[in-house]
Design a protein around this ligand. Sequence first.
Ligand code: ADP
Length: 173
Amino acid sequence: MSPSLESRHAVYAGSFDPISLGHLDIIRRGARIFDRVTVGIGVNPDKKSLFASEERLQISKQVLAPFDNVDVVCFEGLAVTFVNSCGASVMLRGVRTLTDIEAEFTMSLANRVLAPEIESVFLMASEKYTHISSTLIKQIAEMGREATAKQLADFVPQEVIKPLLAKYHRRSA
Ligand code: ADP
């Protein structure tokens, strides 16, 4: 490992569109393992996201404010390049299913070729959050009616609910 990289600094990169209770669980657990966790919100102009990168950043900052050793930033380009630019040596990932594991395994091998000094560390999703994905959250917000805010509380942090519903139902804003 390069002496300039911090071995106790991990980067958790993703789209966080929006940040979910599953993401939060991985961040909470990562923050107990590592001295510092940087959450990297990937900005991909070619990929349509529900929330603009600035919105994802603001919401994630609110959600993660209670964590002293967690910071949030946006990044463009390859995740490994971002990890390197942070001076971190670990890429933190969460895995929910066997499909996730397969995809993450291939990705980590590619990342190892690109940046051999960076280690990928995988945390298994907690069973109560395994079913949560950003796609499912958006479907519930879009299709649901009166009880949606209460239902969404099982999927996303409180700070996400209002802005999420506002994306689909104008009068919820
Ligand atoms: P999503 O797959 O929901 O769009 P991201 O692309 O933002 O989420 O994923 C970032 C990281 O978080 C990935 O390692 C992904 O496997 C992990 N992750 C996503 N949802 C969960 C969850 N419910 N529990 C644990 N890890 C998760």
